[in-house]
Design a protein around this ligand. Structure first.
Ligand code: PGA
Length: 260
């Protein structure tokens, strides 16, 4: 597992964008797993810049988003459909038929979850999955106590996550209780995982995920079993790590061939 402590969230985001761009340049038909929330926003801003100024080509890329609220129409300002089109898709040359986001309005949600898993498999699997981390250690909407083998399914949000996400909703508007999320097992099948977490509010979750035991109570901790997982932090989210000096030392002394 690679742990990179960056001087700022922006520096971490630039690194994540460079990793994604590297995957897309090496494989123009790459399959990207994408995330919503505050942390990926600067990554998407940098990807848009790379597209507009350096011609990064998304025309053959396929995308799968991690999750969506149940019951929100795609045009709702807090839906993840709306977020993705506003923050990334409408600014790049991705083909809309190759964009996948769970359907929170599906009539038969279990069937649509199974179809989502099939679509990921049919696309050849996810080459790089971008992730955030919840203050409680969740990844996607896999709350603590989610099965580490879980697949795409319905989940009920914890009150803590609903509170954390309330800022994306209008004042007084109810945050949905139910969501569709890729499972922990689905995420673990991505060939490469890049997790972002910034600010002091994420320090406990980062400590538990990186240096704690692997446990379903901290779903992000399962990434300790992933062959190619990279955690990108800033100084504040790294503040509680026991081995922070070592992670900084490793990054500063990487051989040139290993650099992004
Ligand atoms: P954030 O949330 O990127 O908005 O901090 C991440 C998450 O809760 O998974």
């Amino acid at each position: 597992m690679e742990v990179i402590i960056n001087p700022s969230a922006q520096a971490a985001a630039n690194l994540a964008a460079r990793k994604i761009a590297g995957v897309v340049r090496a494989k123009p038909s790459a399959v990207l797993g994408l995330a919503t929330g505050g942390s990926p926003v600067p990554v998407y801003r940098e990807l848009i810049r790379l597209h507009q100024e350096e011609g990064l080509d998304f025309s053959r890329v396929t995308t799968f988003n991690l999750d969506e609220y149940i019951g929100l129409r795609p045009s709702h300002p807090a839906s993840y459909h709306h977020f993705m089109w506003e923050c990334l898709f409408r600014h790049i040359n991705v083909c809309s038929e190759r964009v996948h986001i769970p359907d929170g309005l599906a009539h038969d949600i279990p069937a649509s979850c199974n179809a989502y898993e099939t679509a990921i498999r049919d696309a050849g699997g996810i080459d790089l999955q971008l992730l955030g981390i919840g203050t409680d250690g969740h990844i996607a909407f896999n709350e603590p106590a989610s099965s580490l083998a879980s697949r795409t399914r319905i989940k009920t949000l914890s009150e803590r996550t609903r509170r954390d996400n309330a800022s994306f909703f209008a004042e007084g508007e109810e945050v949905p209780h139910h969501v569709i999320t890729m499972g922990v097992g689905t995420i673990m099948e991505a060939r490469e995982v890049v997790l972002l977490g910034f600010g002091a509010a994420k320090a406990d979750a980062m400590l538990a995920a990186i240096e704690g035991p692997v446990t379903q109570m901290v779903p992000a901790s399962v990434l300790q079993f992933h062959e190619r997982a990279c955690f990108l932090l800033d100084d504040a989210s790294a503040a509680k790590l026991q081995r922070a000096d070592y992670y900084r030392h490793v990054f500063a002394n990487k051989p040139g061939w290993q650099r992004v």
